[in-house]
Design a protein around this ligand. Structure first.
Ligand code: SAM
Length: 412
């Protein structure tokens, strides 16, 4: 229902009072009481959308080097549909032979009621046909709504918030229009957790654009591995942000990550350890660690990261106490990473690993499993004894561990 003042409270569970307003460039926005903010910049809704989302986002990703054959766009907050309709227009205006296909996904948990939209002119503002605006806003109340944008183009609207969408299985996107209300109004959408989700939702070289340029927002993005550019902002804003999910191989390493591991040999003596790898009996057993790291099943040697003020040997002893819950006797260093290795988790880190032989002084007090990652062993880390002559190094998840095993075992 639209009131005398143009506000409305009707729609799919919408309890907002939305006030249409003209912005400085003549295009429309809405003032929201629920969020205490306008949907767009008062300095010009159209100008802002064209600058931030179309110019720095769509044109950058659709025409830049390595642009994808199908451009998958995800919008946080369809709102009046201005960004979506401008994207449609810009995409249609591209030379057919050079434009990618487009799949546009828009999230909107609080759809703007049709009666409110009728008081605005999103189609006119975006210079598209009224039917184009009607199509993206049709079937309000449906959880999912699809629109055919013609050959190579598809629009999907989900009546769903970002947090729910990001928690599901998903395709990889090339471009995210991060158009939430500002951090003052929606602090929960500008956190490291949200940008970790955005990072996961993007393909390598994928880009997130937003009008916001706050330092803590930029730092939250960088903490998730984004490369962030500060670009000139639209009228009324000095800067905006464009965050790119880098291709791991192209990231310049910035830090060393020193790791220390031990190959714990069952029943070894000091004398056999002292001979290094050459002293190992192929019938002996060595301990492998099966760990779930960041949701991924990893088989590796026990050990972990060197801390500041710690020597590599001290690190191995500490890691043994932490992981096995008991002391080990450390033998010689048998391998150290020789080649350049990038962290499997953080591409800006260069990994250097040390491997020691070790033995136990006391019988093992830690639980041993036979089958890795089984339902019987639902803990994050379990241990297995494997016979040296039978153990296939390809079972190890990390290249550095495989290299160490090849050195220790020697030629078959
Ligand atoms: C600044 S407005 C975006 C304007 C819109 N892009 C447009 O072109 O009109 C923010 C939008 O995000 C929506 N929103 C709020 N919370 C959200 C959430 N958790 N997930 C997704 N969208 C959300 C709001 O309903 C609103 O439509």
């Amino acid at each position: 229902m639209q009131g005398a003042d143009g506000t409305t409270t009707e729609g799919a569970g919408h309890e907002d009072a939305l006030q249409p307003e003209r912005t400085a460039d003549g295009s429309w926005t809405l003032q929201s009481t629920r969020f205490g903010q306008a949907y767009h910049s008062r300095h010009g809704a159209l100008t802002e959308s064209m600058h931030v989302f179309i110019g720095a986002g769509f044109m950058h990703r659709a025409t830049g080097p390595d642009h994808p054959g199908t451009l998958r766009v995800l919008e946080l907050g369809l709102g009046t549909g201005l960004n979506a309709l401008l994207t449609l227009r810009t995409w249609r205006e591209m030379q057919a032979s050079r434009r990618p296909d487009i799949e546009y996904t828009a999230l909107e948990p609080h759809p703007v009621p049709l009666s409110t939209l009728a008081a605005l002119d999103p189609a006119g503002d975006a210079s598209v046909r009224p039917e184009d605006a009607a199509a993206i806003h049709a079937r309000q109340g449906e959880p999912r709504h699809d629109v055919d944008w013609g050959p190579g183009g598809r629009f999907t609207r989900w009546a769903m918030d970002w947090q729910t969408f990001a928690g599901r299985d998903h395709q990889a996107f090339d471009l995210i229009y991060f158009d939430a209300f500002s951090p003052d109004s929606q602090p929960e959408l500008w956190t490291e957790a949200r940008f970790a989700e955005a990072f996961r939702l993007l393909a390598p070289r994928g880009v997130l654009v937003t009008y916001c340029a706050k330092g803590n927002v930029r730092r939250a993005m960088e903490a998730q591995g984004f490369s962030v550019e500060k670009l000139p902002g639209p009228p009324g804003k000095r800067e905006m942000l464009r965050a790119t999910r880098p291709v791991p191989e192209e990231v310049l390493p910035k830090r060393f990550n020193v790791r220390v591991y031990f190959l714990l040999i069952a029943g070894a003596s000091d004398a056999t350890l002292a001979q290094g790898a050459a002293g190992l009996d192929p019938e002996d057993k060595v301990l492998v660690s099966d760990e779930v790291i960041a949701g991924r099943n990893c088989t590796k040697w026990p050990g972990g990261g060197l801390e500041f003020g710690e020597g590599p040997r001290e690190c191995a002893l500490r890691e043994a106490r932490e992981e096995l819950g008991q002391d080990i006797v450390l033998g010689p260093l048998v391998h150290a990473t020789g080649a350049f290795v990038r962290s499997a988790w953080r591409p800006e880190e260069q990994v250097l690993c040390h491997y020691y032989l070790a033995r136990l002084d006391e019988p093992p007090g830690f639980p041993i499993t036979e089958v890795p990652f089984s339902a019987d062993a639902p803990v994050a880390q379990t241990f297995r004894w494997v016979r040296i002559k039978d153990f296939d190094g390809s079972a190890l998840t990390f290249a550095t561990d495989r290299e160490a095993w090849a050195t220790v075992r020697g030629p078959r």
